[in-house]
Ligand binder design. Structure first.
Ligand code: AHG
Ligand code: MN
Ligand code: MN
Length: 337
């Protein structure tokens, strides 16, 4: 994992910055700080696994965390790191009820929204989890406004995630390309290992929590059947894979080609996933990589959220199959009408 041809995350970000002569460098600094926050969180995630195994050694007071504790650690790490970066004016987190404003003397030009730990129910069972983030330019030079945070996802200028899987990987987009960096634990650096990631054209994987089927809208089961029916007796073309960590399900589908669905549930009459810090960052990545993301009724990035923790249905992945889902939604809406 060395050699002069291998580019680090910081080198990549600085090279990109040179393509924008008017750039102040603040976005570059911010992305670098996000990478550092990711390193700190992954160190805690990796240690929590060890403590779970070696819990009887006495080292449990600080590190023997519950899932909620690790959520809190990830949240505090992200907030503290970004607050001190001098690049951020405001933040919104899944774990915070309200917008977090940065004191004026430390505030920068950007607004960051994030899910500090996605898939936290998977921590105890050593399954991949991650951090999701989206970045916007602040709307007003002096004040933080409601529309700094509660805004459609197409206004994002960058977005990404860090997945704590078999290795730690940071994937981010500036709206031009999607690039993936693997953390080398020995040097502590992220290296560009998946430049210009593209969502494959073909769906190889369908990801959905099938136990919710009795509560799906009418279009979902026939849509899933349509995808499954691509398999022949002598040839398997699609398979089911559902991790239960959106970020990890998305990451796999981005590499292998697939569609992830979390439809509206009749019990709650809404989707589960949060628009601002779960759906929109991944939607921005999906579109930049040549995929798509939809609520079923329209482009996810055009949805106008009404409040910080709004939820929506999400269909994300291979473009043709996200579009196919929209045709199923329309067909069943007509039949139901
Ligand atoms: P979080 O851990 O941030 O609360 O998010 C969990 C989300 C998402 O990662 C996953 O796809 C989904 O919840 C799974 O929900 P179900 O258990 O309802 O399938
Ligand atoms: Mn989440
Ligand atoms: Mn979370």
């Amino acid at each position: 994992m060395s050699g002069p041809q291998i580019i680090t995350l910081t080198q990549h970000i600085l090279r990109r910055q040179r393509q924008h002569p008017s750039a102040t460098g603040q976005l570059s600094a911010l992305l670098t700080q996000v990478g550092v926050a990711g390193k700190m969180i992954q160190a805690q995630v990796r240690r929590a696994g060890l403590i779970e195994v070696w819990g009887a050694t006495g080292e449990t007071n600080v590190q023997g965390e519950t899932v909620q504790k690790l959520d809190r650690i990830a949240n505090d790490t992200f907030i503290d790191m970004l607050r001190r970066s001098a690049c951020v004016a405001a933040m919104a987190s899944e774990e915070e009820h309200e917008v977090i404003e940065v004191p004026r003397e430390m505030a920068g030009d950007y607004v960051v929204v994030f899910d500090p730990l996605d898939g936290s129910s998977n921590i105890d069972v050593n399954v991949s989890i991650g951090t999701i983030f989206g970045i916007y330019r602040r709307c007003h030079p002096d004040d933080i406004l409601r529309r700094d945070v509660i805004r459609p996802g197409h206004q994002q200028i960058a977005a990404g995630y860090i997945v704590y899987g078999s290795s730690t990987m940071l994937v981010y987009t500036d709206g031009v390309t999607v690039d993936g960096f693997t953390l080398d634990p020995s040097s502590g650096e992220y290296f560009l290992t998946r430049p210009n990631m593209r969502m494959p054209d073909k769906t190889r994987v369908i990801s959905i929590n099938e136990c919710n089927e009795p509560y799906w809208p009418a279009w979902v089961a026939p849509y899933c059947d349509a995808i499954k029916s691509r398999n022949d007796a002598d040839k398997r073309r699609v398979s089911a894979r559902h991790i239960g960590s959106l970020v990890a399900d998305f990451h796999r589908n981005l590499i292998s080609g697939g569609v992830f669905l979390y439809p509206i549930d009749a019990r709650t009459r809404r989707g589960k996933l949060r628009v601002i810090y779960e759906c929109n960052p991944l939607a921005f990545i999906a579109e930049t990589a040549g995929g798509a993301a939809s609520t079923g009724e329209g482009r996810m990035l055009d949805l106008e959220p009404q409040s910080l923790h709004d939820r929506a249905a999400l269909i994300i992945g291979t473009k043709s199959d996200v579009e196919l889902a929209e045709t199923f939604v329309r067909r069943y809406a007509q039949e139901g009408a």
